[in-house]
Design a protein around this ligand. Structure first.
Ligand code: ZN
Length: 174
């Protein structure tokens, strides 16, 4: 699927709830988002990024050269996700976005988040995400409310290019 980029109005809209998880079009959209995410090697994607203004995200944390400490998890589609509670404590970490190619930025996020969502089988689930998985969840959840990670940074000085980011990670530090 084609990924829309910053400037496209769908990324600034509040996405609408999914009424019927079992709807074949929704199931097909989930499959398409999963394969898109795999083909680009991403760790998360939200339906607005494929131009579908619906409350659906996929979180798929896995270690990469740039994020060696990211936990390994099955790509998990989450329908109509809701935040139940957030840690008071926050921490800075590097993020990028498929819809904002070429740059990375240091973003403060809650260190854990408890959330509820429906699985693709329609089952209600509650889960606590920690560390990098919590970061991905918050990033993708923001997309459903028209928010991108650049809205969350505390200084434009925390934005760097992809090339410099790779150099930084190869150097093994921040
Ligand atoms: Zn994003």
């Amino acid at each position: 699927m084609e990924i829309v980029e910053l400037g496209h109005p769908v990324l600034r809209k509040r996405a609408i709830s999914i009424r019927s998880v079992k709807n074949p079009q929704i199931q097909a959209l989930i499959d398409d988002m999963l394969s898109t995410l795999t083909s680009v090697g991403g760790m998360g994607i939200a339906a607005p990024q494929v131009n579908q203004s619906l409350r659906l995200i996929v979180v798929a944390s896995h270690p990469t050269p740039n994020y060696p400490n990211a936990p390994e998890m099955e790509p998990t589609p989450m329908i109509n996700p809701e935040v139940i509670a957030l840690s008071e404590q926050m921490e800075d970490g590097w993020e990028g976005c498929l819809s904002i190619p070429g740059i990375r930025a240091k973003v403060p996020r809650h260190i854990w988040v408890s959330a509820r969502y429906r699985t693709r089988d329609g089952k209600a689930r509650e889960e606590i995400f920690e560390g990098f998985a919590a970061r991905i969840f918050q990033h993708e959840y923001d997309h459903l409310n028209g928010i991108v990670y650049l809205d969350r940074i505390t200084s434009t000085r925390n934005i760097i290019t992809e090339k410099e980011f790779t150099r930084l990670m190869e150097g093994g530090g921040r």
